[in-house]
Design a protein around this ligand. Sequence first.
Ligand code: BV8
Ligand code: ZN
Length: 245
Amino acid sequence: MFSPRLIARLYSAESVAVLTGAGVSAESGVPTFRGENGVWKKFKSEELANFDAFMRNPELVWEWYRHRKEIIAAIQPNAGHYALADLEKHYRRFSIITQNIDNLHRRAGSKEVYELHGNIERNYCISCRKQFPNQEILSKPGIPRCSDCDGLIRPDVVWFGELLPPDVWDAAAEAAAHADVFFSIGTSAIVYPAASLPIMAKHAGAYLVEINPDPTPITDSADEFIGGKSGEILPQLLQEITRKG
Ligand code: BV8
Ligand code: ZN
């Protein structure tokens, strides 16, 4: 399943970076965005994941996020998350750059995690930016309002048309630029600027590996494409590396 080239590269690598998308959490039961049962299917993304939609219809956007917060509160990391957390221990530098907002990498034990699109367990007031954890706002129905200034509370995620957190983006871009091996796992590679990271890494000299059941727009640029589910492939990769290690 893994080429001798990849194993040799992983064996000699100092620095590894991994971009993950919704596919890595699919086997935990988190619906992806663009799959057949994707969350975008019921709603169109422009109706939900952008600030104007939120200001126009906070009720609908909060209904969607309450639904997703409930799903995410009830699930566990899968074997793919745990394999990535174990792989981290074998490298001087191992960065997880995730588009996912479900916090599953950290819950699986990964330490260096860059959340490009925020975290659904965090919320903040749009007027005074006071932070609110889920348990504080999910207990009450309707649109959550700030206890200090009565401002609208929003999920701490990056919506379309919004800038990614500059410090997180800078750290992710730096990790991609210095990776000996860069993995793109479980992402359709169509949301920017996240989708530019695999190509940035390859141009900087990384060996680019894609893990996905289906090809994506970056598959042709990858040095290696491993077709299949991350929850099945990653534990086998860990076994291969630790066997040799
Ligand atoms: C910005 C957070 C700039 C909220 C999300 C036209 C061209 C190019 C770009 C643009 C354009 N028009 C607009 C843009 C920019 C836009 C963009 O890229 N749009 C796309 C759709 C074209 N980007 C932005 O707006 C970004 N901001 O650019 O700001 C700017 C500049 C100046 C001033 C102001 C601003 C912000 C983007 C972030 C949006 N937020 N989510 C939330 O989650 O509620 S995006 C959303 O999509 C999620 O974060 C998700 O992670 C992300 C990417 O989706 P994927 O993770 O890839 O998931 P998907 O379902 O698509 O794919 C799953 C994959 O897994 C599939 O390939 C499947 O085969 C695979 N899979 C399935 N099962 C498994 C599996 N793989 C492995 N194992 C399995 N078991
Ligand atoms: Zn406030």
